[in-house]
Design a protein around this ligand. Sequence first.
Ligand code: C2E
Ligand code: MG
Ligand code: MG
Ligand code: MG
Length: 285
Amino acid sequence: QAKAAGRNAFCLFSPALQDVIDTRSSLESALRGGLNRAEFQLYYQPQFSLDHGLLGAEALLRWTPEHHPAVSPAVFIPVAEETGLILRLGQWVLHTACEQLVRWAQQPQTRDLKIAINVSARQFHRPDFAARVRSALEATGANPARLQLELTESVVLEKVGEVVERMQQIRQLGVTFSLDDFGTGFSSLSYLKQLPLDQIKIDQSFVRDLISSGNDAAIVRAIIAIGRSLGLQVIAEGVETQDQMVYLTSMDCRAFQGYLLGRPVPMRDWQRAWHDWQHQDAQAG
Ligand code: C2E
Ligand code: MG
Ligand code: MG
Ligand code: MG
């Protein structure tokens, strides 16, 4: 999905094939330089559940090249994946998120919050990925139980046996797993039951037209039922309106992420918005 969006974005400003290739390679070198110049940043978007309130955040990568407006990950992640740069980028994301977890661990209000990071297929399939997760946790001292890895169906499409084995290695560290963009890939339900998951995320494309489309509502209802019967937390992403949230709640979805609840923000803004949130909640309740 992100891949398709990235390709389309290129086609928009460079229709000719040669232009596309030029843009791609200049984007690639800009990305490389951006890593060296520390132009990347993590934004954090809150996740909530009806049962536990603020759960934590999904970390979302942002790239702001010097003298340029921010570039969407939908554009640069596919290029980073094709060129292998995603390995360095992903490693940076993993470390930066772990460092944030350590800072959160020092405050009682934020101690229990988790951070979810997106892991690309290429990153996950590296033979040393489990070792890299372990060393990021050890090097930073982050609590593994607060780290969640979001995988998409493209990660688990092939060699399920190997994927399950790797997930189990990482789970033994205490890290949890979420299946992102659920319903947009083609993995079968028999795969789903084999994967050691903790959470599935209903893709925002189903949430968007939930109210107007009976088909989307039916799909969402089915995803919630499957997730619950497998004992997984089900979270809806892309929740933008109160109506969507009410409808999702009526279908027994109990966790949410979306602009309605909070946009992705840099950590300094997060602190302003959410730092005392749990504390206030506890006092109010
Ligand atoms: P995703 O993991 O499915 O993340 C959700 C995307 O939906 C994010 O877009 C988020 O900003 C956006 N979003 C959240 N709430 C709403 C809402 O209410 N309405 C709408 N319309 N959108 C909402 P973003 O940040 O542009 O990221 C796009 C994709 O790029 C992500 O999709 C993920 O697949 C990828 N990505 C982002 N950061 C990373 C990263 O660190 N590593 C890797 N491998 N991929 C990443
Ligand atoms: Mg995600
Ligand atoms: Mg998603
Ligand atoms: Mg997505």
